[in-house]
Design a protein around this ligand. Structure first.
Ligand code: GTP
Ligand code: SPV
Ligand code: MN
Length: 632
């Protein structure tokens, strides 16, 4: 194997070249910035070999076979072309404590992110990267976020030493040769791309055997927003390692969006068709683990209403020539929470993964070669838990779980049986309504319409939710998660709120999406969910569309316009009316208790808090002091 475009020092120990490996003397692009970066990275990280990924099915077959041989993948007997993987128990979720926004000034990072000066971070991480790929293959993964035929495609390249990451990127992004062709524009010039460097941080000495899930106790997930650059080290899991997702499409893209006047958001997008065949596109931002995938694939329980899926995690939104806000999903697959997914709750997800071509990480493995997780019907008599132990429905010692709470399936969007036909259209879809929501056991009603854009931005900026297993750390603790973007805003949160206000100001108010707030997770005194959720959420979507069309009633309350139970279509819903009323209640005393918490949150944001947000808080305070008669 030649290494003509590598320097002598890294002209890595020759190993047998398979037919399918790219010839290193002849890299598959002439993009000089990319070639220079690949060469420098190989010099720094010293892999045994460098492989350009073409995204072909042959490449997938070769890598998955290799991963089975290495013990990282187990081929599933019951799902075609699908694999089970279990991570190291220390590497199971996004690590927010180890995630950094390395803007040139600490001020631009703001109070909600971790900051380090870019020079200092680069020094530390360069030290970690030195020789970190010894004994391994360095994969070069060109990818595109959003449709490939976008006239201005959003390109990236992930360099990684994890074949698991390569396989996951094939599902989650438009990856390989088709993306690489976009790196040279029609006029012959070189397109921009976001360099994303990833290492699991586990070099192998000669003769040292690999572990099933290599990673490192030292972890850094670093973003250099001015340079549009991402460096990740030490983790192989999810958003820490699949750098096109949260790192590029939210943290870096939110900075691009601020500079260019658009929005990069942690939102699902769906297409809702009414019995009158009216089509509405809806975007919804809920924090991690709070119901985006489920709503995006919802099977309506209201006759005549149907949902089709456009995306389950991220939306990029910009104004079209007609003045409406259009959303594109930058992703190509779902990397979604497994536990709780069942034929009852999310049949379309079950159908999607049953078509195969999927990777399951940290779920249970059944004796007959299928997957199982908590919340799915029909537990197997016994299984291998995500920690590799024998598991039975009675539970092992200490009632261990079969699947980790943040275990996930990674599956191609195109396989979703209810995928909307616009899903790959670079023009996107015009959004009628934006929903925000969190996981709150009290206070927040089932649904609430904002008075206007600025009030909606206030509700979103003060969104609060119980923490879930999607991030490492304590679960259940209520925290502010503005726009469901707390871990994903790539700059100062106060500036981000101002950006949202400016987006509204620059638009034709009549064409802006209407803003709603929802909470599927309110509980009764005994702890049960007041609202059945899942498919029944179609009743709330129906009310929202009828509000937009001017056909549904609501009551004015201090926090917005909230329906009474009688305003919702509850036909054939077998739920106690007291529960519905309790789910919809706006309790003034509960909201008064929120005021000091919002005050403290705004104090944390500091001087960059837009004055509009303070005005909205004052207005809320005075409405709560003299609530209209209809508020409870
Ligand atoms: P991320 O992928 O982490 O961003 O999560 P997500 O927002 O897509 O959440 P997802 O749809 O995967 O749901 C997370 C958990 O909440 C799952 O266990 C679901 O079963 C549960 N869930 C989703 N929707 C509802 C609902 O309407 N009611 C209730 N009670 N639980 C729900
Ligand atoms: C989330 O945590 O919001 C996710 C999973 O969607 S991850 O890709 O790990 O960020
Ligand atoms: Mn998410």
């Amino acid at each position: 194997m030649g290494a003509g475009w590598l320097t002598k020092e890294t002209a890595v120990t020759a190993s047998p070249t398979s037919e399918t490996e790219s010839d290193l003397d002849d890299p598959p692009t002439s993009h000089s910035r990319l070639l220079g970066w690949v060469r420098e990275t190989a010099e720094l990280t010293q892999p045994d070999r460098v492989e350009w990924c073409d995204g072909s099915d042959q490449e997938w077959d070769r890598l998955t076979t290799q991963l089975v041989a290495a013990g990282m993948f187990t081929r599933l007997e019951r799902k075609p072309n699908s694999f089970w993987a279990a991570s190291d128990p220390s590497d199971v979720a996004r690590v927010e404590e180890r995630t950094f926004i390395c803007s040139r000034t600490e001020r631009d990072c703001g109070p909600t992110n971790n900051w380090m000066h870019p020079d200092e971070m680069k020094k530390i991480m360069t030290g970690l990267y030195r020789g970190c790929m010894r004994g391994r293959t360095m994969y070069v993964v060109p990818f595109c976020m959003g449709p490939l035929d976008d006239p201005n495609p959003k390109l990236g390249v992930e360099i990684t030493d994890s074949a698991y990451v390569v396989c996951s990127m094939k599902i989650m992004t438009r990856m390989g040769a088709a993306a690489l062709r976009k790196f040279i524009r029609a006029d012959g010039s070189e397109a921009d791309f976001v360099p994303c460097l990833h290492s699991v941080g586990h070099p192998l000495d000669p003769g040292e055997s690999d572990v099933p899930w290599p990673c490192n106790a030292t972890k850094y997930i670093s973003h250099f927003p001015e340079e549009r650059l991402i460096w990740s080290y030490g983790s192989g899991y999810g958003g820490n390692a699949l750098l096109g997702k949260k790192c590029y499409s939210l943290r870096i893209a939110s900075v691009m969006a601020r500079d260019e006047g658009w929005l990069a958001e942690h939102m699902l997008t769906l297409k809702l068709t009414s019995p009158r065949q009216a089509v509405h596109y809806i975007a919804a931002a809920f924090p991690s683990g709070c119901g985006k995938t489920n709503l995006a694939m919802l099977e309506s329980t209201v006759p005549g209403w149907s949902v089709e899926t456009l995306g389950d995690d991220i939306a990029w939104m910009r104004f079209g020539a007609d003045g409406r806000l259009y959303a594109v999903n930058p992703e190509n697959g779902f990397f979604a929470v497994a536990p709780g997914t069942s034929w009852q709750t999310n049949p379309n997800a079950m159908r999607t993964v049953n078509r195969g071509n999927s990777i399951f990480t940290n779920v249970g493995l059944t004796g007959n070669g299928d997957t199982w997780w908590e919340g799915m019907e029909d537990p197997p008599a016994h299984a291998t838990s995500w920690t590799g132990q024998r598991w039975t429905p009675a539970g092992g010692a200490g009632g261990q779980r079969c699947a980790h709470p943040n275990s996930r399936y990674c599956t191609p969007m195109a396989q979703c049986p209810v995928i909307a036909n616009e899903w790959d259209d670079p023009a996107g879809v015009p959004i009628s309504a934006i929903l925000f929501g969190g996981r709150r056991a009290s206070t927040i009603p089932l649904v609430n319409e904002a008075f206007d854009w600025s009030h909606g931005v206030f509700l979103a900026a003060t969104l609060s939710s119980e923490k879930t297993a999607a991030a490492a750390g304590s679960v259940g603790e209520v925290r502010r998660d503005p726009m469901a973007m707390l871990p994903f805003i790539g700059y100062h949160a106060g500036d981000y709120f101002q950006h949202w206000i400016d987006v509204g100001k620059g638009a034709d108010a009549g064409k802006l999406p209407r803003i709603f707030f929802v909470n599927w997770f309110r509980r009764g005194d005994d702890g049960h969910f007041l609202w059945p959720g899942f498919g029944e959420n179609s009743r709330v979507l129906k009310w929202i569309v009828e509000r937009i069309e001017g056909r549904a009633a609501a009551a004015d309350t201090p926090i917005g316009q909230v329906p009474h139970a009688t305003h919702l279509d509850l036909s054939a819903l077998d739920i106690a009316l007291e529960d519905i009323a309790a789910a919809l209640a706006v309790n003034v005393h509960e909201w008064q208790a929120e005021l000091p918490l919002i005050e403290a949150w705004f104090t944390k944001i500091g001087n960059a808090l837009p004055s509009t947000m303070r005005d909205e808080l004052d207005a809320l305070r005075s409405r709560l002091a003299s609530p209209p008669h209809s508020a409870g």
